[in-house]
Design a protein around this ligand. Structure first.
Ligand code: SAH
Length: 270
């Protein structure tokens, strides 16, 4: 099988990226894996519109986690996937965005491999790409950003956020902060201390590519002063850098996957 690492009798788990939300941003391979699965184990970030693609007879298991609240511990998810594969089921482990960008897909793959279970990874469009594209923002640009870095704004329980502040202060690098809703004020303050310009643009995109997407443009300085004025629902992603100024005032897609009201227009934070 293409890309699979099956060993007879041990089963296979497909670790599948669901993309940022819009079902049209699912890959053809992901859609086929969902259609062929016996059981789909999914996260909180997988949109309802994508779950609607799971055939009615297919078993669904919700192992969704919300910040600070873990209904199903990671070890239990790993054990569940192993048990389902050993029972001979065609298992799809569906994760928001790309399974190997944050969200612990790497840990799941390693646990499965250690148990002798074959793992096939189906990449997904990560939310940074979905959010940026929906507002016409290039993450790199010949004159504005020579590179891009994806970082997490979430620290381990009890630990300080320990990012490479000097490296991230480089004005030529676009910075995308995942899981940063609670920490973006502190991140902005640290970036400014490390030398990134206080007027650097920041685009916050909430529920990107979904029918109720919201986007706000602001600056590092404003974020460092107060964060609660953003008042954006989760999930939210932050794009920091001069490219953020190129955001269009309306999402680019004409298509409304959920047949609901059009996306909310971009609003400035002040
Ligand atoms: N594997 C996922 C990321 C998981 S971490 C991916 O590749 O996208 C969860 C974080 O992803 C959220 O806190 C948020 O920062 C971001 N995120 C996921 N979906 C999003 C969406 N539709 N809009 C905005 N941010 C999103």
């Amino acid at each position: 099988m293409n890309g699979a690492n099956t060993r007879s009798g041990t089963g296979l788990v497909r670790l599948v990226g669901a993309g940022p939300g819009d079902p049209e941003l699912l890959t053809v391979k992901a859609a086929r894996a969902i259609a062929e699965a016996d059981v789909v184990v999914f996260d909180r970030l997988v949109s309802g519109a994508i779950l609607d693609l799971v055939p009615p007879g297919t078993r669904r298991i919700d192992v969704g986690k919300s910040t600070g609240h873990h209904p199903v511990p990671q070890e239990a998810i790993n054990a569940l996937l192993i048990a389902l594969a050993r029972a001979g089921h065609r298992v799809v482990r569906l994760k928001g965005g790309d399974p190997f960008l944050f969200g612990r897909g790497g840990e799941e793959a390693l646990a499965l491999r250690a148990a002798g279970i074959g793992v096939e990874v189906v990449p997904g469009i990560t939310s940074a790409q979905g959010c940026a594209a929906s507002l016409g923002v290039p993450l790199t640009h010949r004159t504005l950003a020579s590179g891009v870095r994806f970082v997490t704004g979430h620290a381990r329980a009890g630990a300080e956020l320990d990012l490479d502040w000097d490296g991230l202060a480089d004005p030529d690098t676009t910075l995308v902060v995942y899981m940063g809703l609670a920490s973006i004020g502190a991140i902005a303050t640290q970036l400014i201390s490390a030398g990134r310009g206080p007027a650097t643009a920041v685009l916050a995109v909430s529920r990107g590519t979904l029918h109720d997407q919201r986007a706000v443009t602001t600056t590092l300085e404003r974020l460092s002063r107060e964060t609660d004025h953003l008042d954006l629902p989760s999930p939210t992603l932050f794009i920091v850098g001069e490219v953020a100024r190129l955001a269009q005032s309306k999402p680019v897609s004409e298509h409304d996957p959920c047949h609901e009201p059009p996306h909310r227009a971009l609003v400035a934070a002040e």
